[in-house]
Structure formats: structure tokens, C-alpha cells
Ligand binder design. Structure first.
Ligand code: HEM
Length: 175
């Protein structure tokens, strides 16, 4: 039986954890009104973790290009294999699009990002009052799509484990 590499496993679960934390921070941001010091703190931490997710996404894509995923079992119908591939590609795309839209939104709002308060990141666009609301809603809708994709991805993994009773979920577990 072919398996994922240890690196692929750890990247998968580390990113899953960080993205879960990011959704919680995002919801916390939405519920905090006014520019209070505590909201600024939460937004700053959100940006640092978000940029970390973007860097991990680059690493993960590179790793995946040189280490293809093991094939799905023969018992899985072709349409399900195609659907799984399409969903995985969409999630990869969103792992870049979501943090990039947040990054650009921050710049358009006139707030450059200093990673961990130490590393100033490139200012690729100037503050822009027209782009700002567009990028804000892009960040929101890309996040909504990512959340829905992750829900479908998780439901499919659980179906493999509990209904089909194959090894598809198990081969992604670190133990
Ligand atoms: C995987 C990465 C990320 C996820 C899952 C994520 C998720 C979210 C969510 C769920 C929200 C609340 C809904 C919304 O307004 O969109 C949010 C808001 C926000 N995000 Fe992100 N984000 C990510 C990366 C980033 C990055 C890299 C930055 C900037 C460097 C960023 C900056 C912001 C800002 C400034 C807000 C507040 C928007 C507002 O003022 O309403 N995000 N994010």
C-alpha cells in the first residue's frame, strides 16, 4: 500500500490546525466593533498566522509536486475520484488566494504587514480607498468558499472511514 510521506502528513495537520485557528480569529474580529487595542492585537496575530499559512502553502505545493499523493483504492468510483481531485485543487488554490486577499486588503487599508513584529513584508500596492472594500469582500467570500470546501473534504474523509470502511482516512493519520 502506497502512503503519504511524513512531511505531507505533518504539513496537512499543521495547516488544518492553523486554518481552524484563523477561522476562530476571523470570527472574533467580525464580532469586535471599533478600533480597540484588543482588536488590533487579534488582527495582528491573525495576519502573522495568515502569512505563515501562505509560506506553508508554498512549501506544501512544492512538496506535492515532487511527491504525488497515493492513488485512491480501486473500489472508489471514477466520478468520486474526479470530484476528490477537483476539490483538492480548489483547496490548494484557496490556500493561496485567502491569505493573499487578506494581505492585499491590509495594504489597501494602508497597514503594511511586519511579520512577528520583526520582518517588514513587501508593500506591493499603495493604500487605495476603491480597492479596499473590494479586497475586504474578496477575503470574506474566499474564506466562505474555503470553509465550505473544508466541510465537504472532512465529510468525504469521514464517509470513507465509517461508511466505505476503506483506508483513505487512515493513511492521512500520523499514527
Ligand atoms: C489561511 C489564511 C487566512 C484565513 C483562513 C483568514 C480568515 C479570515 C476570516 C474568517 C475573517 C473574518 C471574515 C472576513 O472579514 O473575511 C478574516 C478577516 C481579516 N483578515 Fe484574514 N484570513 C487569513 C489570512 C489573512 C492574512 C494573511 C491577512 C493579512 C496579512 C489577513 C487579514 C485580515 C483582516 C485585516 C481581516 C479583518 C477584515 C475586516 O476588517 O473586517 N487575513 N480573515
Amino acid at each position: 500500500m502506497q502512503n503519504y510521506t511524513r512531511t505531507a502528513l505533518w504539513l496537512h495537520w499543521l495547516m488544518a490546525l492553523l486554518i481552524l485557528a484563523m477561522f476562530s480569529l476571523g470570527v472574533a474580529i467580525l464580532s469586535m466593533h471599533g478600533l480597540t487595542p484588543s482588536k488590533l492585537k487579534v488582527v495582528t496575530i491573525h495576519k502573522w498566522i495568515g502569512v505563515t499559512v501562505l509560506l506553508l502553502a508554498c512549501l506544501r505545493l512544492l512538496w506535492r509536486l515532487f511527491h504525488p499523493a497515493p492513488p485512491l483504492p480501486d473500489s472508489v468510483p471514477a466520478w468520486q475520484k474526479n470530484a476528490a481531485n477537483a476539490l483538492h485543487m480548489l483547496i490548494y488554490l484557496l490556500l493561496f488566494a485567502v491569505p493573499l486577499s487578506g494581505y492585499l486588503f491590509s495594504l489597501a487599508a494602508g497597514v503594511p504587514v511586519v511579520l512577528f513584529g520583526l520582518i517588514p513584508l513587501p508593500v506591493v500596492i499603495e493604500p487605495d480607498p476603491v480597492l479596499r472594500p473590494l479586497l475586504r469582500s474578496a477575503h470574506f467570500w474566499l474564506n466562505t468558499t474555503l470553509l465550505l470546501s473544508i466541510v465537504m473534504h472532512t465529510a468525504a474523509a469521514l464517509k470513507h472511514h465509517f461508511v466505505d470502511r476503506d483506508n483513505v482516512l487512515q493513511r492521512m493519520l500520523p499514527w
